[in-house]
Design a protein. Structure first.
Length: 343
């Protein structure tokens, strides 16, 4: 019996080792197939990959979990926004071509700190900050911890209040030290490839996955062990981060536009975006009727219009001229500023 167990253990070790080598080779190939499209900044051990396009008032794009800056480019909103803004899209730490040092825990606040240092380096002040999904937590952290440098906020399909989530439980092993590295290097990429079609359908449901997204999104780059580990860590940190931020939402004084799909199957519209709009005094809720989580793909023009709305409420004219900030919007109890976008 001990001989059999030893043989089985050796066989398992060989299989896992071989799988890890194959996954590492595929990760290197993915990085060669999808090279960096922007520039790099070295910020306290983080080699931050960012893309700058266009001229005008500064606008920062923060992608969601498991994604990278190409998500905004494929959706088309990056090019549309670059016609009137100086757009800065970043790969958050651990995603795309930005590394994720193990020297700290990469909470939304830690990631926002790196982004803020990058903006200071690029001499960007009072930016419009746009976050999608998990990126909304980084956007909120920027606004809470560096309010003087955030002119307005645009929050897309975000998660703002703690709830029970099954994906947090399933991500715990992959986010853990040692065992998480083992899983991310061996099993996780295989599962990711097997489940990617199902994951994409859920992301875009009830709409179909756009052909351009299927053709252009760098799937293999997103299935590298390092990015899968980062994604698991972000998933696990999501609920406690939202709980901490929920206690501070009354500190947000800048104009905020909240946009989300009413049929989002990842984040409940009423319990998240709808509730945040009720809590905030300076917000406008723009519901996307019948849309899912990826609203910047399903209705990019409407998302751009929402960003322009946030800009105008922050005192930015149509020609990009910076005007004095508008006075805070005052409303009677129970009333909210009305959205001017068509549903």
């Amino acid at each position: 019996m001990p001989t059999r167990l030893g043989g089985a253990a050796l066989t398992a070790a060989v299989i896992l080792g071989t799988t890890a080598l194959v996954n590492a080779r595929r990760a290197r190939q993915a990085e060669r197939d999808t090279p960096p499209i922007g520039r790099f900044l070295d910020i306290e051990g983080v080699r931050l990959h960012y893309l700058e396009r266009g001229e005008g008032p500064p606008l920062v794009l923060l992608h969601g979990n498991g994604a990278m800056m190409q998500d905004f480019e494929i959706s088309g909103i990056l090019d549309q926004l670059a016609q009137g803004y100086r757009v800065i899209a970043v790969d958050r730490p651990g995603f795309g071509h930005t590394n994720r040092p193990r020297s700290q825990s990469w909470t939304p606040a830690a990631q926002a700190g790196v982004v803020h240092k990058a903006l200071v380096h690029l001499d960007i002040q009072q930016a419009i900050v746009v976050g999608h999904s998990w990126g909304t937590l980084v956007a909120l952290s920027l606004a809470l911890d560096h309010p003087a440098d955030v002119r307005s906020l645009v929050l897309l399909s975000g998660y703002y209040f703690p709830t029970f989530r099954a994906d947090v439980l399933t991500s715990l092993p992959s986010a853990a030290p040692i065992i998480g590295d083992l899983l991310s290097s061996t099993v996780a990429p295989l599962l990711g490839r097997a489940m990617r079609s199902r994951v994409f359908r859920k992301l875009f449901a009830p709409a179909a996955v756009p052909p351009r997204f299927r053709a252009e999104f760098p799937i293999e780059l997103s299935l590298r062990p390092s990015q899968l580990k980062a994604s698991a860590e972000d998933t696990v940190s999501m609920t406690p981060s939202a709980a901490a931020f929920a206690k501070r939402y009354d500190e947000l004084k800048m104009p905020i536009v909240i946009m989300a799909g009413t049929e989002d199957r990842l984040v409940d519209f009423a319990r998240q975006s709808g509730r945040l709009d009720e809590v905030l005094a300076e917000s406008t809720l723009v519901p996307f009727e019948g849309a899912g989580h990826m609203i910047h793909h399903s209705a990019p023009e409407k998302v751009v219009d929402g960003i322009k709305l946030a800009a105008s409420r922050a005192g930015i004219a149509e020609n990009g001229q910076l005007l004095p900030m508008q006075q805070p919007i005052t409303v009677d109890a129970g009333q909210k500023p009305e959205a001017v976008l068509a549903a």
